[in-house]
Design a protein around this ligand. Sequence first.
Ligand code: SF4
Ligand code: SF4
Length: 379
Amino acid sequence: MQDIFEEIADVVLDPFAYGRKLKADTGKKIVGYVCTYAPEEIILAAGAHPLRLFGTTGTIERADAHLQSYCCSLVRGVLEEGLKGGTDFLDGMIFPHTCDSIQRLSDLWRMNVTQGFHLDAVLPVKLDTQSARQYMIDVLHRFKTDLERELDCSSTDNNLSKAIRLMNENRRLLRRIYELRSNQPGLMTGDALYTLVKATMIMDRERVREVLKKVVEKMEAEKASQGTDLKSVPITKPLLMAGGICNQPQIHDMIEAAGGAVIWDDFCTGSRYFETLISTDKDPITAIAERFLQRAVCPAKHAGLRNRAEGIIRMARERKARGVIFLYLKFCDPHAFDYPYLKAALDQEGIPSLLLEVEDPLPAEGQLQTRFEAFLEML
Ligand code: SF4
Ligand code: SF4
């Protein structure tokens, strides 16, 4: 396992180096994206590689000429990399219609980053209306046509079905890893888990399948050797985390040092990425559209007033979480707007919660550590 975790740590540390190498080794076209509403299966079916961007680890300078400093660091970081040429290996960027910041990033990218093609997929915002289903299907058909024109290729239903099966398998394996760990958090640290999930959005998806299979095998073997006696792993307070993305897996070291363990989440770099499989017994584009309508919704979309609160409460109950940590990127309006009603719903159920707004890079470790310790002591 050591070699696998070294491999994924390298990928997450420098995803652009990984993308460049993959392109040089395989000749595949690389398509960047920034949000889990990107239809990865359509990109894979076109013979290209979808690579998710997570901002920058460098300082943000050029992007400040285009975006206010009160935009989230993810969007500012992605634009910074585009403007300074960090993403020059990309053959194109795609932007699904989601939060306002990503929509503005799309405009800025189109106007200022000249390399590669630029595509929008204007998905519906309201997902629970009569017309949303057909609209979603039509947009995805249009996206497929646009993408194939840009990549100068065409894909068949067979290609799509193969991509769906691959992504479904990766989702199933990720879910299995979450389940194993939620019963025995000691099987894998939170840092390792969230680094692994991020890597699955960057790496070649066939390699992802191999890596996930090995991780599951290893975890199952360890579980069998330890039995189901939870006393064999450190006693921790199980927690749920909710938010947009977990871009700083090292945050889990602080939570674990304070005596907690995140055993499930409602994140785009977590369960929202792998929950809900795509049906394999209907027209592939229709099936992809239906997954987008059925999967756990993010706050940039709408599927009923209480949908998210009910989902988070259900998750907390099912996983026996003692509390919920909301982890938001600073200036993320969609999540901030949802927070008051989510907190009120959790209060009503007697589930304690903590709100943390962070930026890339994280503030001094001590500040966060103290907040985690105070919250966990209260549980
Ligand atoms: S929170 Fe919503 S808009 Fe933001 S990355 Fe996730 S799916 Fe996309
Ligand atoms: S959902 Fe929030 S964190 Fe994600 S891109 Fe939009 S504003 Fe930024």
